[in-house]
Write a protein that binds this ligand. Structure first.
Ligand code: ADP
Ligand code: MG
Length: 500
C-alpha cells in the first residue's frame, strides 16, 4: 500500500518535472528566437547610424564633392551638370505654353496659361493629364518612346476646347526629362545614362530634344521644343516663380536628385562661358553621390549587387522611394531566416521589389493599437498570416529605422548644398568668415516627389535632422516648400523664358 503511494508520488513528480522542463525548454527556445530577431534589428540600427556627428561628415563630403565636380569633368561622382539656365522665371512671363514630363512612374502632358502677373494660383491655370508609362515602352526603342510621347501630346491638343483662347502660332514646349543629360544649350542635350528602371539603349548618347522634335514633326505637330529640363530644374523654376528666395530644388520620389543656383565663377570647368546673369543652375545628379561616411549595411550591399546598375546611384539607393521598401523586405527576410517568429519562410520574401514603398509607409504609419494594417500588408504582400503583435511591432521598427536614415541623409545632402553656397550660417567652405559675422538670409528649398509629399514621417525626420545639423537659430531661416507638379509646370515656365 505504502509502496504504491510512493510509486504514484514519484510518477507524479517525474511527470511534473518533465512538464516543467518542457515549459522551460519552450520558453528558452522562444526567448532565443526573439533574441535572434532583436539582434537583427539592433544590428540594423547600428548599421544605419545617423548621429549628428556622422551627418555633419556627410554634409562636408557633399560640399567637397560639389567643388570637385565643378572643377573638372569627371572630377567627382557628382556630375554637376551645366543646364544653361541662367534666368529663372519671375512672373512676368505671358502666353500659353506646353510641357511634357517623362521620368518617373507617370508620364504627364501639361498646358499652362501665363498672364504676365505673378499669380499665386498658377496651379489653376494648369491643365494636366497623367498616364502610366507602358512597361514595354520603358525598354523599347527611341522611336517607340517618342512616338508614344508625341501621340499623347497630339491627343491632348486635339481635346482643347474652343473656349480656350489660344492663338494658332507655333506652340512652344518645355520637355522635362528626369535622367542625366549633358546639355549643349537650354534646348538640347544628350542622354548620359538611364536610371530608375528605364533602358532604351539606342537613346544613350543622342540628343533627346532633337529626337522629340523629330517625333513631333512626324505627327504633323507645329510645336517647338524650347527647353529641355531636368525635373529638379523645373521644380527650381516653379519655386523661384513663386518665391525669389528659392535657391535649390530637391526631388525625393521614385529617385532622388538636386539642383541649385551657382555663381558662374565657381563653375571652374566652364570658364569662359558668358552667361547673362552671372549665375547658372547646376544639376547635381546627387543620386550618384558617395562617401565612406554614409552608413551602409549588408542589405544595401546586396541590393546594390543585385541591381541592374551596381556601384551606381549609391545615395539614391539609400534614400529614394524605388528602394526603401526593398531594403525593408530584405531585413524581414533575414528575420524570417534567423527565427520562426514569422512562421515558415514565405517564398514571397525573396521576390525583389515586391514590397513597394507606399505599403511600407502604410505599415510604418499604422496607428491602430493592434497594428491591423501591418498584419494585413504582411498577409497580402508576403502571404504571411497571423503574425503575432510583438513581431508586427518589430516590422514597424524596421520601417522606422530605414526611413529615418533616408530622411536624415537627404537632410545632410541639403545642408551640403547650403554650405557650398554659404547659406548654412558658416560663410561657405571657401569663406573664412566666422559664424558671427554672417547674417543668415531667408533661404527657400523647393521639394517635389511622392516620398516627401505623401510620407509624413519621412518629412518630419528630414526637418528634424535639418534643425539638428544647422541648429535652430540658422534652421529657422531655411524654408522647405512642397511644389506639386512643379517639375512639369516649371518646364513650361522655362519654355516661356526661353521662347523664340
Ligand atoms: P516620380 O518620382 O515617379 O516622378 P512621384 O514624385 O509622384 O513620382 O513619386 C512617386 C514615388 O513616391 C513612388 O515611387 C513611391 O516610392 C513614393 N510614394 C508615393 N506615395 C507614397 C506614400 N504614400 N508613401 C511613401 N512613399 C510614397
Ligand atoms: Mg517626378
Amino acid at each position: 500500500m505504502g509502496r504504491a503511494v510512493v510509486g504514484v508520488a514519484v510518477t507524479v513528480a517525474v511527470a511534473t518535472c518533465a512538464v516543467a522542463a518542457l515549459v522551460v525548454g519552450r520558453r528558452l527556445r522562444s526567448r532565443r528566437k526573439w533574441n535572434k530577431v532583436a539582434s537583427v534589428v539592433r544590428e540594423l540600427e547600428e548599421g544605419c547610424d545617423t548621429s549628428v556627428g556622422r551627418l555633419r561628415q556627410v554634409v562636408d563630403a557633399m560640399a567637397v564633392e560639389m567643388h570637385a565636380g565643378l572643377a573638372s569633368e569627371g572630377g567627382s561622382k557628382l556630375k554637376m551638370l551645366l543646364t544653361f539656365v541662367d534666368n529663372l522665371p519671375n512672373g512676368t512671363e505671358r502666353g500659353t505654353y506646353y510641357a511634357l514630363h517623362l521620368g518617373g512612374t507617370n508620364f504627364r502632358v501639361l498646358r499652362v496659361q501665363l498672364s504676365g502677373q505673378p499669380s499665386s494660383d498658377l496651379e489653376h491655370e494648369v491643365e494636366v493629364e497623367r498616364q502610366p508609362i507602358p512597361e514595354d515602352v520603358m525598354t523599347s526603342t527611341t522611336e517607340d518612346l517618342f512616338d508614344f510621347i508625341a501621340s499623347s501630346l497630339k491627343d491632348f491638343i486635339a481635346k482643347e476646347g474652343d473656349g480656350l483662347n489660344i492663338s494658332h502660332d507655333r506652340r512652344e514646349l518645355g520637355f522635362t526629362f528626369s535622367f542625366p543629360v549633358k546639355q549643349m544649350s537650354v534646348s538640347s542635350g544628350i542622354l548620359i545614362k538611364w536610371t530608375k528602371g528605364f533602358s532604351i539603349r539606342d537613346l544613350v548618347g543622342r540628343d533627346v530634344a532633337a529626337c522629340l522634335q523629330e517625333a513631333l514633326t512626324r505627327k504633323g505637330l507645329d510645336v517647338r521644343v524650347a527647353a529641355l529640363v531636368n525635373d529638379t530644374v523645373g521644380t527650381l523654376a516653379v519655386g523661384h516663380y513663386h518665391d525669389p528666395d528659392t535657391v535649390a530644388a530637391i526631388i525625393i520620389g521614385t529617385g532622388t536628385n538636386a539642383c541649385y543656383l551657382e555663381r558662374i565663377d565657381a563653375i571652374i570647368k566652364c570658364q569662359g562661358l558668358l552667361m547673362t546673369s552671372g549665375r547658372m543652375v547646376v544639376n547635381m545628379e546627387w543620386g550618384n553621390f558617395w562617401s565612406s561616411h554614409l552608413p551602409r549595411t549588408s542589405y544595401d550591399i546586396d541590393l546594390d549587387a543585385e541591381s541592374p546598375n551596381p556601384n551606381d546611384q549609391g545615395f539614391e539607393k539609400m534614400i529614394s522611394g524605388m528602394y526603401l521598401g526593398d531594403i525593408v523586405r530584405r531585413v524581414i527576410l533575414r528575420m524570417s531566416l534567423e527565427s520562426d517568429v514569422l512562421g515558415p519562410i514565405s517564398p514571397k520574401l525573396s521576390t525583389p521589389f515586391i514590397l513597394r514603398t507606399p505599403f511600407m509607409a502604410a505599415m510604418h504609419e499604422d496607428n491602430s493599437p493592434d497594428l491591423r494594417e501591418v498584419a494585413r500588408i504582411l498577409n497580402d504582400i508576403f502571404e504571411i498570416p497571423d503574425v503575432p503583435l510583438k513581431a508586427r511591432k518589430i516590422v514597424v521598427k524596421v520601417c522606422d529605422v530605414v526611413t529615418r536614415r533616408a530622411a536624415r541623409l537627404a537632410a545632410a545632402g541639403i545642408v551640403g548644398i547650403l554650405k557650398k553656397i554659404g547659406r548654412d550660417g558658416s560663410g561657405g567652405i571657401t569663406g573664412g568668415r566666422s559664424r558671427s559675422d554672417m547674417k543668415m538670409r531667408r533661404t527657400v528649398v523647393a521639394i517635389e516627389g511622392g516620398l516627401y509629399s505623401k510620407y509624413l514621417l519621412f518629412r518630419e525626420y528630414l526637418r528634424e535632422a535639418l534643425n539638428e545639423i544647422l541648429g535652430e537659430d540658422i534652421a529657422k531661416h531655411v524654408i522647405l516648400k512642397v511644389t506639386e507638379d512643379g517639375s512639369g509646370i516649371g518646364a513650361a515656365l522655362l519654355a516661356a523664358s526661353y521662347s523664340s
